[in-house]
Design a protein around this ligand. Structure first.
Ligand code: DI6
Ligand code: FE
Length: 391
């Protein structure tokens, strides 16, 4: 997936040299500089090597689950209706608030390990199910702890503007003033925040409310991203772009004005086919417009208990192709190069000299196989920072 080569940047008979955790050479074996000739070598046969996968949008830390809500939707209830009646996100908030850090960690790790087993080496994790300052900080501490316990990079995102907690129902400004804004300062002071997110939606926060969160983020020197245009169009993507957002995510209801604003700001479009699938959404994100305007496309699991209980980035690749008609090459770039961009990371996402040696070895002959198969994991080995991982 090196740009400027053949499709996917594929190199047959390639060689990769690693030094100090970084890629020192990536190219044809025949052109491997002599300097590397007597280094220890490993023959990987006809395996496929790709950059490690990056899941750039998850809510993988949460309490409880929402299997009952899944049943209710099958009995005819709508997602927004359940949310307005105090179910949905708020029911996960109750379970998350009452869980200890240890319990949250214990329930999140199997989900994280399932992602890692498919070659994910960089994982974004959002808060957003605490909705009070201490519980939001608790979620972020658990997220950081996951990064310490596993051979992966965790990027944390502060998402207190995810839903209105019951105690602030009808008082959004009170919630922003008492919790979201001071909580952001506190979480930032503890070093728990890599980026700031919000849910801009009829059932969540209005653009002028999100703007207050973004102003605070900006004042603290933090980059932003936004759940935008998932269930309706409130102009969230353009708002995010006006703050130079890293990404705008979901985007089923995005219009051309929003796409243009994203193109100008170089904001990545993160598509989340797991949520589209789970909600049986029929409006597809405007992929053709996104392509026409040259906006970078990424995809992610959106792993969360309500709309995307999905812990497979390989299945996400397949869904992005089948549901949104992404090409396998676009989907793979969307979980490597462009996913890194959506996280503001310029040190990974490609097999290029000077970047981190985070890569996967697959039992596959062609990259399209990673998108084509459903429910099969061809990962043979994962390297993180140049080191082979046990898991
Ligand atoms: N959009 C989503 O799809 C998730 N959050 C969001 O802002 C849903 C979260 C949930 O239902 O628990
Ligand atoms: Fe999400």
């Amino acid at each position: 997936m090196k740009p400027g080569k053949t499709a996917y940047g594929l190199i047959s008979d390639g060689a990769l040299a690693i030094k100090d955790g970084l890629i020192a050479y990536c190219g044809p074996d025949a052109e491997l500089p002599n300097a590397y000739a007597d280094w220890p070598q490993k023959d990987l046969g006809s395996s496929l090597i790709t950059p490690a996968l990056i899941d750039c949008h998850t809510h993988v830390v949460f309490g409880g689950n929402r299997a009952r809500e899944f049943e209710m939707r099958l009995e005819g209830a709508e997602y927004e209706e359940i949310a307005r009646a105090g179910g949905g996100i708020v029911s996960t908030v109750t379970a998350t608030r009452s869980a200890s850090e240890e319990e949250l960690l214990e329930s999140a790790l199997p989900r994280v390990d399932t992602l890692i087993a498919e070659g994910v080496s960089t994982l974004e994790i959002k808060s957003g199910y605490g909705l009070d300052i201490e519980s939001e900080l608790k979620m972020l501490r658990v997220a950081r702890h996951i990064g310490d316990l596993r051979d992966i990079t965790v990027k944390t995102t502060y998402l207190a503007a995810h839903a209105m907690p019951p105690e602030y129902k009808g008082k959004p400004q009170g919630y922003l003033d008492d919790v979201v804004l001071p909580g952001l300062e506190k979480a930032h002071a503890e070093g728990l925040v890599d980026a700031v997110d919000g849910f801009c939606e009829g059932i969540a926060f209005q653009p002028d409310e999100i703007a207050q969160v973004f102003d605070k983020a900006k004042a603290l020197g933090l980059l932003v991203k936004l759940h935008a245009e998932q269930l309706s169009n409130l102009g969230g993507a353009a708002l995010a772009a006006s703050y130079g957002a890293l990404s705008a995510d979901h985007l089923e209801y995005l219009d051309e004005a929003g796409v243009k604003a994203m193109a100008e700001a170089d904001t990545v479009a993160v598509l989340l086919p797991g949520a589209f699938y789970t909600l049986r959404e029929t409006q597809s994100p405007p992929v053709d417009l996104i392509r026409q305007h040259g906006v970078s496309l990424a995809i992610a699991t959106d792993c969360n208990p309500g709309t995307s209980p999905l812990t497979s980035l390989l299945l996400t690749l397949n869904m992005a192709c089948t549901l949104f008609r992404l090409t396998p090459e676009e989907a793979l770039i969307g979980t490597t190069r462009n996913a890194a961009k959506a996280l503001g990371l310029s040190d990974r996402g490609m097999l290029s000299e000077g970047l981190r040696a985070d890569f996967n070895i697959w039992n596959a002959a062609h990259p399209a196989e990673l998108c084509y198969r459903i429910g099969f994991n061809p990962l043979t080995k994962r390297y993180f920072g140049g080191t082979p991982c046990v898991q």
